[in-house]
Design a binder for this molecule. Structure first.
Ligand code: PEP
Ligand code: MN
Length: 262
């Protein structure tokens, strides 16, 4: 908390990539890794536009067990290839505690998904790693509960935790979730940890993503995580909320008017 650590923490995500300082750190890439061509092409496009981290899911926590579950280790290998091609560090989700070691071998940053925010066994394991963790807020997690989840990682000794507001459940159905924009200043006030927003999962609609990114920056977030896909209509997951590379580049240009981005 701020009482223990009054100054905002700067978290090194990878050599030369620090979140929580002056630069707005943009993480971007597809929901799921689907092929070498898809991930390398997307990585190059988001890098050109100013993203500092490549996102991509290899283990996918899907609502339905019949939906695409991810390429698993093959997907991690393709992320590694995209990192070699672009130099971008990788953030990818670990769903199951038994896969922590495997995912940590490939990832620069390990993501905990909304559905696992209170998987305390997973959080404790991540607390023992020497890798940064992107901890997503659950869709029905209060800020107090969310901060206790972050404590599960911190109390095991891992200080490199980044918080992520990704939308919460409300009565509203026009959007997939409701971006709790006020969570940004509340989290910034109550903790020293960097805060990012995920407007893709929060809104569920690509056309709403840019305005929520600008809103997040205005609210004081330290970074953004955005889904980008070369052909959203054929995406294996979350196509409707994925920006095309050109749309992402356009948004990044607009962001440069009021934020320090690469
Ligand atoms: C994701 O980032 O692809 C994802 C599954 O997000 P969330 O856990 O926020 O639903
Ligand atoms: Mn997704």
């Amino acid at each position: 908390s701020r009482e223990v650590c009054p100054e905002p923490s700067q978290v090194e995500l990878a050599p030369g990539v620090v979140i929580g300082g002056a630069e707005l750190i943009v993480m971007a890439g597809p929901c799921s890794v689907e092929s070498e061509e898809q991930i390398v092409f997307t990585a190059q496009a988001v890098k050109r536009a100013g993203a500092r981290v490549l996102r991509g899911g290899a283990f996918k926590p899907r609502t339905s067990p019949y939906s695409f579950q991810g390429m698993e280790e093959e997907g991690l290998k393709l992320l590694d290839l995209a990192r070699q091609e672009t130099g971008l560090p990788i953030v990818t989700e670990v769903v199951n505690p038994r896969d922590v070691e495997l995912v940590a071998r490939y990832a620069d940053i390990l993501q905990v998904g909304a559905r696992n925010v209170q998987n305390f066994a997973l959080l404790k394991m991540l607390g023992q790693l020497d890798k940064p963790v992107l901890l997503k807020r659950g869709m029905a997690t209060t800020i107090q509960e969310y901060l206790m989840s972050a404590e599960y990682i911190l109390s095991e000794g891992n200080r490199r935790v980044v918080l992520c507001e990704r939308g919460i459940r409300t009565f509203e159905t026009a959007t997939r979730n409701t971006l709790d924009i006020s969570a940004v200043p509340v989290l910034k006030e109550q903790t020293h940890l960097p805060v990012v927003i995920d407007p893709s999962h929060a809104t569920g609609h690509a056309q709403l993503v840019p305005s929520m990114c600008y809103a997040g920056v205005a609210a004081g977030c330290d970074g953004l995580i955005v889904e980008v896909h070369p052909t959203p209509e054929t995406a294996a997951s979350d196509g409707p909320q994925s920006l095309r590379p050109a749309e992402f580049a356009d948004m990044m240009l607009k962001l440069k008017r009021f934020a320090e981005v690469a």
